[in-house]
Design a protein around this ligand. Structure first.
Ligand code: C2E
Ligand code: MG
Ligand code: MG
Length: 722
């Protein structure tokens, strides 16, 4: 240190002058030498002052102390750093500045002896009491003979640096030990680092991940639009949070809750992206469990009351929009309580489970069955075509309880009372419908037997009638109560009869002649229709053969088929019947409806091809009321389209009806089908149909359905139009 050296030189000169003054010669010039000494002292003072100033200028604090640790000097920096003025500090032991009184300073001096100095990080206390980290550099001061004379300490406040380091250490610890996976990429989205949780969750080690992009883990559930939206969020708002399906190294996909953020450098450019994520499989599962608990009956796993209301409310909204019918069936078990009371709740619970299971089994998937609690169940039927269907379903549910239940070696039998309310006749909302179904259930219960009851008396009456019709119909065939009427089909061009439709009638011993509309639907629901159709086929073919044998010209006799008849056994049955009677197939036509074509298309086509191969023709009845499309129709071997009566009725006044009839006619032409219009009652209608190019018609204008002998008479006299 230059000034340190000049200080020594000052003292050397003063010492030399002092020695000089002590000599004989010097004593004579004492005044002169003393003046020089004073000069030197002044110079030294000047030097010292400068030195102090320099030391004070030093930002660091500089403290000197003697070898025992007592402070001998204290610069401005020390004043600033500790808050003590020089006067307060000088003379005190250095220990008073220590933050930790037991700070290890053993061997304090030894270090100096060996190395002459050292640097430490220490904690010191300011006058204010505040503790701070300081870098302490100690060096030994030696006297001119080289012996240790004192210590200089330089201190710098390094709190900020230490805190930054601590922070960094803390961050590193958090990064490594958090449960959340973390990955950091550079601005190009290349992964630069990942933590342990990342590896634990994804199965990829740091080595495998670094250098790749996060797409490595995408399960591919989300599309490009999704990620475009994510990136928009990140760039606009600095971050995005949400769910992404990720894939582990082992291929397993899992839902992750991901938070993606952006780190920018001082210039505001993207420096890094980071993504913090956790595997939320469990959370999702427990959410699902909670949802299940909230909406499902824990015992039977059926929807509970809450979910039931929700679903029925939804369905009713739908029904209102599409003008559908629906029904609620309120089921209360009979004889359940004594079982539960005597055999215990364990048995009772399992019985309820099995009952719920059986109910579910007999219903269609779109039907809803819920458990309201106790021994009460409720079934909701949506989109039923007829209100009576609800009664059939009730019967089905009751039959499901017929077979005994076997639980813990007990053979148990239960029954039920079922109350039915119907939408929209009885009520418009779930609450009302459920209440009315409940009332109906009580009514059913009062009979003391298992059974069902409708809420409305009218429905009960209808249900009763239906039941009677059904049982009476079972005997109608054996008792020979069915008969066929024939309605002529007329060729529009020639006006001559070319065929007839056989329409079934039921001569009921008490109720008189019953039209098919009153019993065919019941027969269809119960399956009885198959037997009726078999009878109709047999009877129509027998009759046709008789007419043929009587020498009448070939006249196509058409019979109507139901969906239930349309099974793979049909072609064989038709073929056998024709063969048994020895009738040519060109005498027979089958009328089917569009609905029969809608399901199992391939099977239906195969069946129709078989029928066509027999030489029998096929007509599509009630055409226009279903959903047939042009392209769809092309695939079926159909000969004739029958324009439904509902469109003929409006001709020629209703423009819609005219347009539909026109469209059907031109479409049939293009497909190479014949067109027949049914329900033609007036000359006007006929004229219009003729203008459309219709081939045939059927209707009261020519003749209603008539008994066979009347039709035979028309054939014999060659009755013609006009
Ligand atoms: P469908 O096959 O469309 O039969 C035509 C219906 O229109 C017949 O009613 C017929 O009497 C009636 N009709 C014919 N011309 C006119 C007219 O000019 N004006 C009016 N208002 N009506 C006319 P029906 O005999 O009551 O038969 C009704 C429905 O019952 C038939 O409709 C058919 O779907 C079904 N059906 C009749 N017989 C049988 C059968 O043997 N088996 C099956 N499965 N269903 C049958
Ligand atoms: Mg018909
Ligand atoms: Mg028809």
């Amino acid at each position: 240190m230059a000034d340190g050296n000049s200080g020594k030189a000052d003292l050397d000169r003063i010492e030399a002058l002092c020695r000089e003054i002590l000599t004989e010669e010097g004593r004579q010039r004492a005044g002169d030498i003393a003046a020089r000494i004073l000069d030197e002292v002044a110079g030294a003072r000047e030097h010292l002052h400068k030195q102090t100033q320099i030391i004070d200028q030093i930002h660091e604090s500089v403290i000197t102390m003697d070898l025992d640790g007592y402070i001998t000097s204290w610069n401005r920096g020390a004043e600033r750093l500790f808050g003590y003025a020089a006067a307060e500090a000088i003379g005190r032991h250095i220990l008073f500045l220590y933050a930790d009184p037991d700070e290890d300073d053993e061997g304090f001096q030894d270090v100096f002896l060996e190395h002459g100095g050292r640097e430490l990080e220490v904690r010191r206390r300011r006058k204010s009491g505040e503790v701070f980290w300081a870098s302490l550099q100690l060096s030994l001061v030696r006297d001119p003979d080289g012996y240790p004379a004192g210590i200089i300490g330089y201190l710098t406040d390094i709190t900020a640096r230490i805190e930054a380091q601590e922070n960094q250490r803390l961050h590193a610890r958090i990064f490594e030990h958090t449960d959340q996976g973390i990955l950091i990429t550079d601005a190009e989205q290349v992964i630069v680092s990942v933590n342990q949780a990342f590896t634990r969750i994804t199965g990829y080690s740091a080595e495998e991940a670094v250098g790749k992009t996060p797409r490595l883990m995408r399960a591919g559930q989300e599309d490009q639009d999704f990620f475009a939206e994510v990136w928009r969020h990140i760039h606009d708002g600095g971050r995005w949070q949400g769910e992404i399906w990720e894939r582990r190294k082992n291929g397993e996909a899992y839902p992750a809750w991901v938070s993606i953020g952006i780190v920018k450098n001082a210039r505001g450019d993207v420096a890094n992206y980071f993504s913090i994520f956790s595997d939320i499989t469990e959370r999702k599962e427990s959410e699902e469990r909670i949802r299940h608990l909230a909406y499902y009956d824990a015992l039977t796993e059926l929807p509970n009351r809450t979910l039931f209301y929700k679903l029925v409310d939804q369905a009713l909204t739908e029904a209102r929009r599409n003008r559908l019918h629906g029904a609620l069936l309120f089921i209360d078990l009979n004889r359940f309580k004594p079982i539960n009371d005597t055999l215990g709740h364990g048995v009772g619970d399992r019985l309820l489970q099995q009952i719920g299971y059986r109910f579910r089994e007999v219903l269609r998937t779109e039907d809803l069955v819920a458990r309201l609690g106790g021994d009460e169940f409720v079934v909701a039927l949506f989109d039923i075509t007829m209100r009576e269907h609800a009664g059939l379903v009730a019967q089905k549910l009751l039959s499901a309880l017929d077979a005994p239940f076997f639980i813990d070696g007990h053979e148990l039998k239960v029954g039920a009372a079922i109350g039915i309310s119907v939408y929209p006749q009885d009520g418009f909302d779930t609450e009302t419908l459920l209440r009315l179904a409940d009332i109906a259930m009580y009514r059913a219960k009062q009979t003391g037997q298992d059974g069902h009851a409708f809420y409305s008396h009218e429905m009960n009456q209808r249900a009763l009638d239906r039941l009677q019709t059904e049982s009476a119909l079972r005997h109608a065939i054996e008792r020979n109560e069915l008969l066929l009427h024939y309605q002529p089909k007329v060729d529009i061009a020639s006006g001559r009869i070319v065929g007839a439709e056989a329409l079934v009638r039921w001569r009921h011993p008490e109720r008189g002649m019953i039209p098919p509309g009153d019993f065919v639907p019941v027969a269809e629901e119960t399956g009885l229709v198959v037997r009726i159709s078999a009878w109709v086929l047999e009877e129509a073919v027998r009759q046709a053969k008789a007419w043929r044998d009587a020498g009448l010209p070939t006249t196509k006799i058409a019979i109507n088929l139901s969906a239930r008849d349309f099974s793979s056994a049909l072609p064989q049955r038709v073929g056998d019947t024709l063969k048994n009677h020895g009738l040519e197939p060109d005498w027979l036509e089958l009328e089917i409806t569009e609905s029969m074509l809608m399901h199992n298309t391939e099977r239906v086509i195969a069946m129709m091809d078989e029928l066509a191969a027999l030489g029998v023709t096929l007509a599509l009845d009630d055409f226009g009321t279903g959903y047939s499309s042009l392209s769809y129709l092309k695939r079926f071997p159909i000969d004739t389209l029958k324009i439904d009566r509902s469109f003929v009725t409006g001709i020629p006044a209703d423009l819609n009806d005219c347009a539909i009839a026109g469209a059907i006619a031109s479409m049939a032409k293009r497909l190479g089908h014949k067109v027949i219009a049914e329900g033609v009652e007036s000359e006007n209608q006929l004229a219009f149909l003729r203008s459309l190019g219709c081939d045939e018609f059927q209707g009261y204008l020519f003749a209603p359905p008539v008994p066979p002998q009347d039709f035979e008479a028309m054939l014999r006299e060659d009755k013609r139009l006009g």
